[in-house]
Design a protein around this ligand. Structure first.
Ligand code: PGA
Length: 259
C-alpha cells in the first residue's frame, strides 16, 4: 500500500523567524502520522533551521526549487548538494509560480527532475492546465505532452518515487478549489497517460499523484475521498497550525482505513 501524502508549501509567506515559529507550532501538535508521508517546503533561507527543528518529528522538509546543475557559475541558484547537506528530502519542481513569474520551462523542469532523482531527493513535480486549456478541453492532451518531455529518460522505478502534484493553474491561490468529483477523473486519466509512457505499469496505479490548489479544511474531506487521489498539497491553508494539525489527523485516519 502506498502511503498517503500531505505536502505543505509555505511559498514566500513566512520570514525565517516566522517559519521557525510555524515549525515549532506544528511540531508541538505531535505528528504521529502512520501511513502518511508529511513534508513542508519553507524558503531556502529557513531550510537549515526548520530541518533541524523538525528532525525526528515525522515531518520531512523540502525546498521550493533548485538548480539543475550541481556546481558552477550559476549566480543566485541553489545546488542539490547544499540541499542534501542540510538534510532536505524533497524538492518542488515546476510550480506554476516558477513557470509564470520566473520563466521556468518544461526543458529546465526535465533537467531538474533528473538532477533531483540522481541525488536521491524526492521531486514534487507540479503541473496543471491553465484556464484556457481547460475551457478548450485540452487538459489531458497538454499534460500528456508535458509528461513526454519532462519524464523523458526517467525509468519506471524512478518515476514511482516522484510525487506528481496535479495543480490546475486556475485553482491555485483562489477562493474555491477544483471540484473533488472533477479532479478524480482527471487524475485517473493521468494514470492512463503514465501507463502508456511506462508499459510495465498496471494502469498507472503505482504512481503517486496528489492534488493541489486551494485545498482547505472545508474541501479536504471530500478531496480525500476521491479514489485516484493519493494525497493533497496545501498552500495558504496549511499556514494555520491548527488547520495543518487537523489535516494531518484526517489523513492519518484515512490512511488507517485503507490498510
Ligand atoms: P494554495 O496553493 O493552496 O494557496 O492555493 C497551492 C499551491 O500553490 O501549491
Amino acid at each position: 500500500m502506498k502511503p498517503m501524502i500531505l505536502g505543505s508549501g509555505w511559498k514566500m509567506f513566512l520570514s525565517d523567524s516566522e517559519a521557525l515559529a510555524h515549525a515549532e507550532a506544528i511540531a508541538a501538535y505531535g505528528t504521529e502520522a502512520q501511513g502518511v508521508e508529511l513534508f513542508v517546503l519553507p524558503s531556502f533561507t529557513a531550510l537549515h533551521r526548520v530541518t533541524e527543528r523538525l528532525a525526528g518529528s515525522g515531518i520531512r522538509v523540502g525546498a521550493q526549487n533548485m538548480a539543475w546543475a550541481e556546481k558552477g557559475a550559476f549566480t543566485g541558484e541553489v545546488s542539490v548538494l547544499s540541499l542534501k547537506e542540510m538534510g532536505v528530502t524533497h524538492v518542488e519542481i515546476g510550480h506554476t509560480e516558477r513557470r509564470e513569474l520566473f520563466g521556468e520551462t518544461v526543458a529546465t523542469i526535465a533537467l531538474k527532475l533528473r538532477t533531483a532523482l540522481h541525488h536521491g531527493l524526492i521531486p514534487v513535480y507540479c503541473f496543471g492546465e491553465n484556464a484556457v486549456e481547460k475551457r478548450n478541453g485540452q487538459t489531458e492532451r497538454v499534460l500528456a505532452e508535458e509528461f513526454r518531455e519532462a519524464l523523458h529518460g526517467i525509468g519506471f522505478e524512478e518515476a514511482q518515487t516522484l510525487i506528481f502534484a496535479y495543480e490546475p493553474v486556475w485553482a491555485i491561490g483562489v477562493a474555491q478549489s477544483a471540484q473533488p468529483e472533477e479532479v478524480n477523473p482527471i487524475i485517473g486519466s493521468l494514470r492512463s497517460v503514465l501507463a502508456e509512457l511506462y508499459p510495465s505499469s498496471k494502469e498507472g496505479s503505482e504512481f503517486r499523484i496528489v492534488y493541489g490548489g486551494s485545498v482547505n479544511l472545508d474541501n479536504f474531506p471530500k478531496l480525500l475521498e476521491q479514489p485516484h487521489i493519493d494525497g493533497l498539497f496545501v498552500g495558504r491553508a496549511s499556514l494555520v497550525p491548527e488547520h495543518y494539525a487537523e489535516m494531518v489527523r484526517q489523513m492519518t485516519r484515512k490512511a488507517a482505513e485503507q490498510r
